[in-house]
Design a protein around this ligand. Structure first.
Ligand SMILES: [Zn+2]
Length: 84
């Protein structure tokens, strides 16, 4: 998927969760295979359970767009670029 900014945020969440290099590489491979408007994978579910669960966008808050995982309920905060 062509969204390097979003990918780098999800990747940094993986690193924060303590994911190993192999998990990060798998996540990267999966990301590259996502079609535009495809399912955004939850990094926490991917790391802990090896499953692809869907991140659903919530209402934007200030300069963040929250994404909530349908499976584990984790909320990720994605900075909105160029927020003024
Ligand atoms: Zn999840």
């Amino acid at each position: 998927m062509e969204n390097p900014a979003l990918f780098s945020v999800l990747r940094s969440y993986l690193e924060e969760y303590g994911a190993g290099v192999d998990v990060i590489n798998k996540f990267t491979d999966y990301w590259m295979s996502i079609k535009p408007h495809g399912t955004l994978p939850c990094p926490l579910c991917f790391m802990q359970n090896g499953i692809i669960s869907r991140l659903v966008p919530l209402v934007k808050q200030h300069n963040y767009e929250p994404l909530k995982c349908e499976a584990c309920g984790e909320t990720l905060y994605i900075p909105i670029p160029d927020y003024k």
